[in-house]
Structures are given as C-alpha cells and as structure tokens.
Design a binder for this molecule. Structure first.
Ligand SMILES: NC(=O)c1ccc[n+]([C@@H]2O[C@H](COP(=O)([O-])OP(=O)(O)OC[C@H]3O[C@@H](n4cnc5c(N)ncnc54)[C@H](O)[C@@H]3O)[C@@H](O)[C@H]2O)c1
Length: 394
C-alpha cells in the first residue's frame, strides 16, 4: 500500500508505519543526545503512552534513564490491508528500539478507564517488575465509560457561563473566521470532569498502592495546561479547565497518599503543542501557530520531547527537585508564558486574517508538525514505497 496523508478537518485519517517509527526514532535520538539523566526512574508505567506527552515521557524514561516501561494506550490496531492509528505504529517503533537497546517494554492496548485493563497492567507489574517508581498519567480522551456505573461520559470543549466568540483557523484550508461557542450545560461540565478530571488517576494509584506495586519513593505526574488569556474562556475557565482543577485536587490527595513513604504526586503544566488532542480545541490552533512563530524566532521553541526531557532532567531527577509555583505545580510552560512572548502574541493576534495567515503565523510549521503526528513528512522516508499497513503489536 502506498500511503499518503488524507486530512479531514482536524484529523488525518491515514498514518504511515515507517514514518511513525522514524518520528519516534527522532525523539529517541534527541533524548540520547542530551546524555544520561542521572538517578532517573527505573520502572515506569505510562498511561496514555502512544502519542504526544505520554509517548515523550516514555521515550525520556527509557532512553534518558534506561527505564523499563509499561505503556497503556487506546489505538485502533492494524489489520490486513487496513491502517492503524499512529499511536499503534509509534508504540511498535518505540518497543523495537527499546528492546534493541536491551530495555524491557510491554504494551497494553485497551481502555485505561476500565477495571479489566487496570487488572491486566497490575498483574504484569507484579509478574515482571515487582513495583514501579514512576507513574505518568497522560490520557486525553473524548469519553469515559465509568467502571462502577457503566455511564458513558463525553467530554466537551466549551466555555462555562457565557458564550465565547473569538478567531479561529481551519488549519486545513487556512481560513480564519470568527467562531461562537455556546456555554456548556451542567451535565456537560460534570461529564467533562468525569472524563478529564482526576478520578481515574486516583483509581489507578489506589489500585497500585493497595496491591503493593508502588516503590517506596514512587512519583506520579499528570499534565495540565493554562495558556494565555485569549484562550481562557475555552480552556482554563472552560469545561476542560474545570476538569484540570479536579486533576489538581487529585494531585494533592495523591501527594498526601504517597508522602509518608517518600513519594510525591504533582501536576506539570506543559506548553501548547500540536497533538491530536490539542488540534481538536477551537481557537487553540491559531494561538499555537502564532506562538510557534514567536518562539522559533527567539530560539525557545520546544516539542513534546524537549519538554519532557527538560521536566525529567531539570525538575525530577539528575539531583534536582521539582520547583513548584504558588499552587504546587511544575511550570514547564515557562518559556511559552514569558511576558515578552505573550506580549508578542497579543500584538499579532488581532491582526491575523486569512490573507496574511502565512506571513503573520507559523501555520506552515503547525501543518508540518501535525502531519508528523501521523508519520508524514519525515526526512529519509520513501513515501512512494509500498508499505504493509499490518504490523501486529509486539
Ligand atoms: N497538547 C497540548 O498542547 C497539551 C498542553 C499541556 C498539557 N497537555 C495534557 O497532556 C496530556 C496528554 O495530552 P496529549 O496532547 O499528549 O494527547 P494525545 O492525544 O497525543 O495522547 C493521548 C493518549 O491517551 C491515550 N488514550 C486516550 N483514551 C484512552 C483510553 N480510554 N484508554 C487508554 N489510553 C487512552 C491515547 O492512546 C494516547 O496515548 C493531557 O492531559 C493534556 O491535557 C497537552
């Protein structure tokens, strides 16, 4: 099969197995180029391990510190003649590279919210690793079937309290237009908190602790976002922001749980980046396109992998301890939130139109990074070559 990108709105419905492996390899090479992260994690569970920040965390743990990793994700598998979603190929690429380097890597493709996957993962930790010393919680999901009630909760990306109108860009067509998003209902707010809040993280951590699968000094981290005021109605103060507040509540509760044995739980606030999750949020892709332009010009642009390598190397390990903000979060969004960067965003934002999008923003960089999520545009990959889409999970 010759595989080309087929973009439909904010998703690409194809993915390239060889390109995805090359993308993961690029991240591995980056982490290796930064050298060993001393005193790093040794046995790591990554929940949401196949793309974005979770994959970057897994790569950093394995190739920065030689960690054994278990990855949990929910991807569409490949079949004969049918492509998988990119996280499937990413995970195969990662696992091949990890095993070639002599590192343990095991994968679970299934619903992390379910009791069944939790049990399978706990059994694997017990059998293969004994205990884990780091748990990364990096899920971004549109829905959750609650394991106790069976209710299917669907998350929404909406403002709370009042409609929100702002500019947005269709990243496929390049059309800049105004969008009005109606506020969420109480049910939608509660559903979004049920999906993206902290309850499932707590269920995982309690299950691990009750089964004595957490090493004495085990740490756990989940990821959040704050961003600039222009996106607050649809992010920080919107439904997803309320879910992130609940994630912060869970971080405090888990921190209290782990502290007595020398562990900790915290939230890292990460930079806005092109991922499958963020491309679905209205307004945010336009902000990201402007942000990339400014940060690349200043030489401070980072991808998921630079962000996670920096989190591990300058906050969590390497003889470092996390530096928390006033509410106890680690801020690796510091370069994004630098006052000069945000002032430049505020200057450019009102001036962007369909006509000047290419010149005023880094929409080109946004698009190429978006395609890379699906394995397209990787140097050295022959996109005219015939590729077998079916690769069984290893
Ligand atoms: N992308 C950004 O700009 C950004 C910025 C700051 C924080 N974050 C946060 O980082 C975290 C990860 O987001 P991302 O952007 O890397 O997302 P992503 O879409 O790239 O990754 C999501 C991961 O979750 C997995 N997943 C989804 N539903 C699942 C389920 N039911 N069971 C098992 N696995 C499941 C996917 O397979 C994938 O591995 C989220 O908490 C997000 O809010 C993202």
């Amino acid at each position: 099969m010759i595989i080309q990108p087929r973009v439909r709105g904010f998703v690409c419905v194809t993915s390239h197995p060889v390109g995805c492996a090359a993308h993961v390899q690029e991240w591995i090479d980056y982490v290796k180029s930064k050298g060993v992260i001393a005193h790093g994690p040794k046995k790591v569970l990554v929940i949401g391990a196949s793309t974005g920040y979770g994959l970057a965390s897994r790569v950093t743990a394995a190739f920065g510190s030689g960690a054994a990793t278990i990855g949990v994700f929910y991807e569409r598998p490949s079949e004969e003649g049918r492509l998988a979603t990119p996280g499937w190929y990413n995970s195969i690429g990662f696992t091949r590279a990890a095993r070639a380097a002599g590192l343990y890597a095991r994968n679970f493709n299934g619903d992390a919210f379910s009791d069944d996957i939790k049990k399978q993962v706990l059994d694997a930790i017990k059998a293969d690793l004994g205990q884990v010393d780091l748990v990364i919680y990096s899920l971004a999901s549109p829905r959750r079937t609650h394991p106790r009630t069976g209710t299917v909760h669907k998350s929404v990306l909406k403002p709370v309290g009042a409609p929100y109108t702002n500019k947005t860009v269709d990243t496929d067509t390049g059309i800049v237009s105004e969008i009005t998003i109606e506020p969420a209902t109480e049910t939608e707010i509660a559903d979004t908190i049920a999906v993206m809040g902290g309850e499932d993280w707590e269920l995982w951590m309690h299950a691990l602790r009750d089964a004595n699968l957490l090493a004495p000094n085990a740490q756990t981290v989940a990821y959040s976002y704050i961003g600039p005021e222009v996106t607050w109605p649809v992010y920080k103060n919107g439904t997803i922001g309320l879910a992130k507040n609940d994630l912060e509540r869970a971080a405090q509760a888990l921190d209290a749980l782990l502290k007595p044995t020398g562990g900790r739980a915290f939230i890292a606030v990460n930079k806005a980046l092109v991922t499958q999750a963020s491309s679905a949020i209205p307004v945010v892709p336009l902000y990201i396109s402007i942000l990339y332009k400014i940060m690349k010009a200043r030489g401070t642009h980072e991808r998921c992998i630079e962000q996670m390598q920096r989190l591990f190397a300058t906050h969590m390990y390497n003889g470092q301890t996390p530096r928390f903000d006033e509410t106890g979060r680690v801020r690796i969004d510091d370069l994004e939130m630098a006052p000069e960067v945000q002032a430049a965003v505020r200057e450019i934002w009102p001036t962007v139109t369909t006509a000047n999008l290419v010149e005023r923003t880094d929409i080109a960089g946004y698009r190429s990074e978006f395609l890379r999520l699906f394995g397209f545009g990787m140097p050295g990959v022959d996109y005219q070559a015939d590729v077998d889409p079916h690769i069984p999970m290893i």
